[in-house]
Design a protein around this ligand. Structure first.
Ligand code: CIR
Length: 340
């Protein structure tokens, strides 16, 4: 097996940590479902601007390829070398963040989950992907009254219908070039779909980057209410579905950036003054362990002074602590905006 050729400009963590000796040790190995290191790093080889450049094909990947994944996880998540998932999904009650509705447009919390016993999306077979869809669409029928809704499969929809749903945020697009190179987009839109509660505040994306992306959101600043709704949905789903989980790595996800709680909690916030004082905004965001993204999602740009501000830490921190930190950080950012 030949040592992979990474682009000379690539700064991906996989390029930094994969030594010829490590490659020699790991390249001949296969997980029980036949996933290899060669497949795991395709996206990093094909996309020189990858940040980490490696995906997991199944739960066992995390253990079998731990000699390369652990240093990458350690570097990305800025955790101790002896990192361990920290559980803690307690009900939360905190003071309203933006009672005058002056800054925050919406709040959103999502977690990623994969089903135990199935390969992850970059490696799953067509038939198993369809089984995942069936299991999830059956499980959602047991959701409690407030979360009741319907599952809409994308298969058979005309491209114009998908466009219309995308505009209404009731569909997700085919994955980006990073996911494409990893094999996650195979057979799209087969066995993909969205469950949405009747009030559209609770959703589940099926077979996107992970088997499930469970999302709670609303057009308000009530991050606690959004989180508590997610807890309720998760609690019901976990009686019907068994999720891939490991004591050390937490919830196992396709992308090692998401392991641990697999949770991203954030707000869309308009910051007209801080937009012009990027240095201050950046320092606040760093101080409270948050990150800024465009409102279109991962790797999108900032539009009209509206920022997506969310937690940076997902591993070695509990879900409840993530929400509390977000609340403290966003409150400080609002205070700074008011004082400018
Ligand atoms: C990269 O290495 O840059 C891409 N594979 C994306 C990493 C961020 N993770 C994610 O979107 N789940």
């Amino acid at each position: 097996m030949v040592f992979p050729k990474f682009h000379p400009d690539s700064c991906a963590l996989i390029k930094q940590y994969l030594t010829p000796a490590l490659f020699g040790q790991l390249a001949p190995l296969e997980t029980r479902t036949g996933f290899t290191l060669g497949a795991a790093i395709q996206s990093g080889i094909k996309n020189p601007d990858s940040h980490i450049g490696i995906y997991a094909g199944d739960a066992q990947s995390y253990n079998l390829f731990s000699p390369i994944l652990d240093p990458i996880i350690h570097a990305y998540h800025a955790v101790e070398e002896t990192f361990e998932h920290k559980p803690g999904l307690d009900q939360i009650l905190l003071a309203p963040l933006d009672p005058d509705k002056a800054f925050i447009l919406s709040a959103r919390v999502r977690v990623a989950r994969n089903l135990k016993g199935f390969s992850f999306p970059c490696h799953i077979t067509h038939q198993n992907r369809s089984q995942v869809e069936s299991l999830v669409s059956e499980a959602v029928q047991s959701l409690p009254r407030d979360l009741k809704g319907g599952y809409l499969p994308f298969k058979g929809l005309a491209p114009s219908q998908i466009q219309d749903l995308l505009a209404r945020k009731l569909a997700f697009p085919k994955g980006d070039r990073f996911q494409d190179a990893a094999g996650i987009n195979r057979d799209f839109p087969d066995s993909r779909g969205i469950f949405a509660s009747n009030d559209k505040k609770f959703m589940i994306w099926v077979n996107e980057e992970d088997h499930l992306r469970i999302i709670s959101m609303e057009s308000s600043s009530d991050i606690c209410g959004v989180f508590n709704r997610l807890r309720l949905g998760l609690d019901h789903l976990s009686h019907r579905l068994e999720f891939a989980f490991d004591k050390k790595y937490g919830f196992l996800t396709s992308c090692p950036t998401n392991i641990g709680t697999a949770m991203r909690a954030g707000v869309h916030i308009r910051l007209r003054k801080l937009e012009k004082n990027h240095k201050l905004l950046k320092s606040l965001v760093n101080r409270y362990q948050l990150q800024i993204r465009g409102t279109g999602g991962e790797k999108t740009s900032i539009d009209k002074g509206i920022f997506d501000i969310s937690n940076k830490q997902r591993l070695g921190i509990s879900e409840t602590r993530i929400i509390k930190n977000l609340h403290t950080g966003v409150a400080a950012i609002i205070e700074a905006e008011k004082n400018l």
